[in-house]
Design a protein around this ligand. Structure first.
Ligand SMILES: Nc1ncnc2c1ncn2[C@@H]1O[C@H](COP(=O)(O)OP(=O)(O)O)[C@@H](O)[C@H]1O
Ligand SMILES: Nc1ccn([C@H]2C[C@H](O)[C@@H](COP(=O)(O)OP(=O)(O)O)O2)c(=O)n1
Length: 235
């Protein structure tokens, strides 16, 4: 019988550390990585490039279906290179402007359905680490391990500020806290696939935990579930 690849999901609000931890975890396990938020970010950027209104659900659905994207394996320590229509947009899609657009396009049911198959295609042996908002609730409800990662809004804004201040001299801590609160509200209150912990998720508050401590907690759960039994141990 064909073995189905196991999945670990990491969901949570912006700045909780999902992307960093998912990327490190996928490298430690030697598993594939799905940064689902990048898909929504790419769609928002493509819409802006093609002059498509973020309120036009039908045009966004068509764009999502035909989105020309590539995720190239990490060359640097922990980042994939992300291409849109042949152009490297790895850094461009990380701006708060694109993040806010992503949160808007992500509220449309037709957009979410159009991106579902693409997300399932990342599920390949030996396993997948998937991060986002609805990985454990909607996209991979049968995941072997589900983590819901949080941190206080103030700590998440502080992290984002440290991350963005080098490349964007306009950002302030106050404006980022405001953006984070707006995005939290939109992502948790939408009708389809809202941000919420799966009933079987382990909740981790990273406010006072380091990245290594969060990774350590997740690796403990991986060991408890014996998730590496087919893939030859940690890298
Ligand atoms: N536990 C942590 N403690 C301190 N900084 C963190 C922690 N987790 C992540 N960070 C930093 O916070 C920023 C946002 O993390 P990221 O992984 O992009 O979050 P998310 O994907 O949840 O939005 C990054 O600069 C990252 O290095
Ligand atoms: N599985 C997902 C992933 C992201 N989204 C939406 C909601 C988020 O505000 C945007 C951007 O997601 P992303 O994970 O890249 O954002 P953060 O790194 O957490 O700030 O996309 C979603 O609706 N479902």
């Amino acid at each position: 019988m064909k073995r189905v690849a196991p999945v670990i999901t990491i969901d949570g609000p912006s700045g909780s550390g999902k992307g960093t931890v998912a990327s490190l975890l996928s490298m430690r396990l030697g598993w594939n990585l799905l940064d689902s938020g990048a898909l929504y970010r790419l769609l928002a950027l493509a819409a802006s490039n093609h002059g498509i209104d973020l309120a036009n659900e039908e045009l966004l659905r068509v764009l999502a279906t035909h989105l020309d994207v590539q995720f190239l394996p990490a060359e640097a320590e922990y980042s994939q290179r992300i291409m849109l229509e042949g152009e490297d947009v790895t850094n461009v899609i990380r701006s708060e402007y694109v993040g806010a657009g992503a949160s808007q396009v992500a509220a449309w049911p037709a957009v979410r359905s159009a991106l579902l198959l693409r997300q399932h295609a990342f599920r390949q042996l030996p396993g997948l680490v998937a991060d986002g908002r609805d990985m454990g609730t909607v996209v991979f409800p049968d995941a072997s391990l589900k983590i819901f990662l949080t941190a206080s809004a103030e700590e998440r804004a502080r992290r984002r500020f440290l991350q963005l201040k080098e490349s964007d001299s306009d950002v302030t801590l106050g404006s980022l806290l405001d953006d984070i609160r707006k995005r939290d509200a939109r992502d948790t209150q939408r009708t389809v696939a809202p941000l919420k912990p799966a009933v079987d998720a382990i909740q981790l508050d990273s406010t006072v935990l380091s990245i290594e401590q969060v990774l350590g907690r997740i690796l403990e759960e991986v060991a408890i579930r014996d998730l590496l039994k087919h893939s030859g141990g940690l890298k």
